[in-house]
Design a protein around this ligand. Structure first.
Ligand code: NAI
Ligand code: MG
Length: 502
């Protein structure tokens, strides 16, 4: 943890008591209320306490934010500046986020419930890393020159798109936002960001720090509010060239509809999944596999798009593995006060999500699965939106709990008799985000990696990787790729230029 971060629960609670976040829109370099004057409350899911009354943006605010972004883009102070200049601003932006690590940790923990230690050791450092990686890529992008006959020069320019709308979810409020805005800004675009209504606060802190880092006014705008009121007009806007979206598949599909109904803008979606995590009997270390499997579904309360929510286990080791999984869940994922640095699991984002997850648990029992662990609200934590780590065994891949994204700490254990069957079950899903396999057999590992229908595959670990590894899915998990160099390129477009000399 950084020097300024509290080291105790009492220290974090003292900070929380003094918490006074910005709650206005950020347009054209300034905070301002919504045109309607309306506000909505954002709530701490660990306690139910109201944190702030946040501006409830609507179509008029989106129009103003897009116009500001467009004017900044045409003005060229960001879109046409020297690459080094953008690199310097984004570098300072990363430094500022790092310096405000404890403030970001407090903000997202209070707003959506994840453990403060997760923020300090995962979300904030990974956000800073993403910004630095992306900034470093800026002057590595190139256009090209074509082969032509004499007296002709043909070249391809790579240029920013214009105004990019970023619509992000609440499970990693800071990190998912950075994954979108870092490449959009790095490529020279202006951004209008619509954070999730459940977790709008850290986006406003980001906007302030971007200006402090030297970002020009209008280049990064934030319109807080609800999906249909603020997100939809952004996605339908005729002067927005791209929507970068992370969230549910249902809303991701709508983004494509909105693009078709408006200006055929580019759409990049990242839409969750039902990711298969396979454990073969020849796994080199079953205990390690169980530890990663528990982390892969119970980490971040299971509110993770690439969560390994279907554990597909070879029958010979299924009982032993399930026993180990229970042990790891009970030891490493214990619900508690998210402001206590020792806590490993917080509440879900809100009461609505808690209700949704509990209804899936009921559906699992009705469908005939056996609940081997958890299955309800942890005792003593009824004041918050908590759900205990829950393990279902005896799951068939046709059950609802094996097909639909639950987005909570609920895992289905399915048994299979061979690698072929494991691959067939893995691919029997509308989704295709991540997949994992534990095996000591290189041939099996590579065959799985070749044949599984997923955008990311992990062999003998899970949810691993670095900034170069593309993050995104196949099938209904979406069409976008975050993090890697390709992501940066996806916020640019090419322009062919044909010059004749005579
Ligand atoms: P959602 O997909 O409704 O929300 C994601 C973002 O889209 C938010 O910023 C929201 O305001 C915005 N949005 C919603 N409706 C919109 C519309 N019509 N036009 C434009 N923007 C719109 O997700 P929600 O309701 O928060 O969660 C429901 C389920 O979705 C979760 O239980 C989970 O299964 C899944 N989900 C998956 C995520 C992922 O990372 N893959 C993240 C969040 C949710
Ligand atoms: Mg929604």
């Amino acid at each position: 943890m950084s020097a300024s971060a509290p080291q105790t629960a009492a220290g974090w609670h003292a900070r929380a008591a003094a918490f006074a976040p910005a709650g206005d829109l950020f347009i054209d370099g300034d905070f301002c209320p919504a045109a309607s004057g309306d506000r909505f409350e954002t709530v701490n899911p660990a306690t139910g306490a109201v944190l702030a009354a946040v501006a409830r943006g609507g179509p008029a605010d989106v129009d103003r934010a897009v116009a500001s972004g467009r004017a900044a883009f045409r003005g060229g102070a960001w879109s046409r500046c020297q690459p080094r200049q953008r690199m310097a601003v984004l570098g300072r932006f990363a430094d500022l986020i790092e310096r405000h690590a404890a403030e970001f940790a407090l903000t997202d923990t209070l707003d959506m419930g994840k453990p403060v230690t997760e923020m300090m050791v995962v979300d904030v450092p990974l956000a800073v890393l993403c910004l630095r990686f992306t900034a470093e890529c800026i002057d590595k992008m190139q256009g090209s020159v074509g082969m032509t006959g004499q007296d002709v020069l043909s070249y391809v320019l790579r240029q920013p798109l214009g105004v990019v709308g970023c619509i992000v979810p609440w499970n990693y409020p800071l990190l998912m936002t950075i994954w979108k805005i870092a490449p959009a800004l790095a490529a020279g675009n202006s951004v209008v960001l619509k954070p999730a209504e459940q977790s709008p606060l850290s986006a406003l802190l980001l906007a302030r720090l971007f200006m402090e880092a030297g970002g020009p006014a209008g280049v990064l705008n934030v319109v807080t509010g609800f999906g249909p009121e603020a997100g939809m007009p952004l996605a339908l806007h005729g002067d927005v060239e791209k929507i970068a979206f992370t969230g549910s598949a249902e809303i991701g599909k709508l983004m494509l509809v909105y693009a078709g109904q408006s200006n055929m803008k580019k759409v990049a979606t990242e839409c969750g999944g039902k990711s298969p995590h396979v454990v073969m009997a020849d796994a080199p270390d079953l205990e390690k596999a169980a530890e990663w499997a528990a982390m892969g579904i119970f980490g971040n309360q299971g509110e993770v798009c690439c969560a390994g929510s279907r554990l597909i286990v070879e029958r010979a080791v299924a009982d032993e593995f399930t026993a180990l999984l229970k042990e790891k869940a009970l030891r490493n994922h214990v619900p508690g006060d998210p402001l206590d640095p020792a806590t490993t699991m917080g509440p879900l984002v809100d009461r609505g999500q808690q209700k949704r997850v509990l209804s899936y648990i009921a559906a699992g029992l009705e469908g005939g699965a056996a609940c081997a662990l958890g299955g309800g609200v942890p005792a003593g934590l009824e004041a918050g939106a908590y759900v205990s780590p829950t393990i279902f065994t005896g799951v068939d891949n046709s059950m609802r709990i094996a097909r639909e994204e639950i987005f909570g700490p609920v895992v289905s254990v399915l048994t299979v008799d061979s690698l072929d069957e494991a691959i067939a079950v893995a691919n029997d899903s509308p989704f295709g985000l991540a997949a994992g396999i534990w095996t000591g057999d290189l041939g099996k590992a590579h065959r799985f990696a070749r044949d599984v229908e997923a955008g990311m595959v992990y062999v003998n670990s899970y949810m691993n990787g670095d900034m170069q590894m593309p993050f995104g899915g196949w099938k209904e998990s979406g069409n976008g790729r975050d993090k890697c160099m390709d992501s940066l390129l996806s916020y640019t477009q090419t322009k062919g230029v044909w010059v004749t000399f005579e």
